[in-house]
Design a protein. Structure first.
Ligand code: AP5
Length: 226
């Protein structure tokens, strides 16, 4: 089987993390979610975390060179030779160009970019009601996916919190950043024949089913069967 090198693209709150976790389990590929990587760095007070914190708290993107280095390191590490799932990277055109350069240096290329989209009103509702597990980042929603016990993670029993950047005044800025800096990637990848659109407004299981179908097609294309 040809390697599967995937990018999950979409606005904040569209369900990239929810679907990324499911895909990781199904495909058994390394899953690199830049938001999770940065939050862990902030929690551990590493140099990367100290640099990223003030950008993240305000809902701004961290500088390109900071995040490009962190992803390039992982792609070169040898753990992603059968493929990978990138969630939240690239998020600007310079990041997309840096990713293409890195993959070309490794003699590889992207298999597909999966755009999970949902309108601004819907993602605002999702981010406003999201509750995140403080220990391992498991995600719930007060209305759409409530935990069995309020405030407690079903998976590992740790506390559920509201992320600092899920507070109402920050959500608006994250959406502005998305439209200004990340949305141009839709055209960037469409021109290269890599973009596949997934309707993120549907229920999580329906989104997963559509993703599975798209991946089957991508695999057939990658193997030259269609
Ligand atoms: P990051 O953590 O990547 O945030 P994001 O892209 O804004 O994405 P989210 O995690 O908020 O949303 P999601 O799409 O994963 O949705 P989820 O599945 O949780 O990045 C955070 C920050 O890090 C950035 O602001 C930036 O500062 C920095 N950063 C990260 N990458 C960077 C980069 N490359 N360059 C520069 N800076 C970078 O779902 C949301 C909610 O909806 C949940 O409650 C969930 O339960 C619910 N839900 C999910 N799917 C559905 C559904 N189908 N129906 C109903 N509810 C649903």
């Amino acid at each position: 089987m040809t390697e599967l090198n995937l990018v999950l693209l979409g606005p904040p709150g569209s369900g990239k993390g929810t679907q990324g976790e499911r895909l990781q389990e199904e495909l058994r590929l390394p899953y690199y979610a830049t938001g999770d990587i940065l939050r862990a760095a902030v929690r551990d007070e590493t140099e990367l975390g100290k640099l990223a914190k003030e950008y993240m708290d305000r809902g701004n993107l961290v500088p390109d060179d900071v995040i490009v280095g962190a992803i390039a390191e992982r792609l070169s590490s040898g753990e992603a030779t059968d493929g990978f799932i990138l969630d939240g990277f690239p998020r600007t055109v310079p990041q997309a160009e840096a990713l293409a350069d890195k993959l070309s240096e490794l003699g590889r290329e992207l298999t597909g970019v999966l755009l999970i989209d949902a309108g601004d009103d819907e993602v605002t509702r999702r981010l406003g009601g999201r509750r995140t597990c403080v220990k391992n980042g498991h995600v719930f929603h007060v209305e759409f996916n409530p935990p069995q016990r309020e405030g407690v993670c079903d998976v590992d029993g740790s506390e559920l919190i509201v992320r600092d950047d899920d507070k109402p005044d920050v959500i608006g800025n994250r959406l502005e950043q998305y439209h200004a800096k990340t949305e141009p990637l839709i055209g960037f990848y469409d021109e290269r024949g890599l973009l596949r659109r997934i309707d993120g407004r549907a229920a999580p299981d329906e989104v997963s089913a559509e993703l599975r179908g798209t991946l089957e097609t991508l695999k057939l294309e990658a193997n030259g069967a269609i």
